[in-house]
Ligand binder design. Sequence first.
Ligand code: APR
Length: 239
Amino acid sequence: MKTNYKFHKEDKITALTGAGISAESGIKTFRDRDGLWENHRIEEVASPVAFSKNPEMVWEFYKQRYLQLAKVSPNSAHFALKKMEDFCSSNFNLITQNVDGLHQIAGNINVLEMHGSLRQCFCSKCLHSFEMKEIDFEQKIPKCDHCSGNLRPNIVWFGEMPYEMEKIDKILENTKYFIVIGTSGIVYPAARFLSIAKYFGAKAIEINLEYPINSVVLDEFHLGKAGILLPELIEKWIT
Ligand code: APR
């Protein structure tokens, strides 16, 4: 596989990951053929309106996804990004739309979880936060043991402001290589990051199983599985 690039330790490098990087760990993506859950589209479940209308159904969805985490582990694409962080340390920023925590388990330290984390939840009344592993899932709607309000997963739902946006904006203005891995690029604001980074002079590289809608702005595109391509590419990029 050919690449035009060679990275140096002082290069500012940013990776944006989506569900596709965890697909080979066995976690379903959202918009591939089998991306539905109990015939619900993600947009119908992951929203404040869905939670206020049917908190039990929303909790059932996230409880299933949380319990699945115990059975999955990082794949070679996650470990390749750990190698990237080892190579250029604080010059490497990892922005993820994923909430599975697999980047941290693979050893990445500097991870910006812009859509939250499935391993945490918080009280929708007093905002006290809890680890998901503390929750009694016998309760259909887990309650806060501080104020007995309804707990909710620490997930950024459609219509809510993602986390870390100020930090991300600064990173996008000062990135030499912007690498997009396993995202359909249709959910904002993440869908805009590539063009912003390009505007500020970044080289844009993408790895995906399918040609993305915004492929015209890419400087390099690699078609295939992240678990296979990313380790090979990182070998070529950093040695
Ligand atoms: N290697 C590389 N890319 C892959 C692989 C793989 N093994 N498997 C799937 N893909 C690609 C698909 O081609 C698709 O482009 O990953 C992408 C997955 O797209 P989505 O399912 O839309 O997931 P994502 O882009 O992360 O969704 C963004 O939408 O539902 C919300 O909050 C949720 O964070 C999520 C956001």
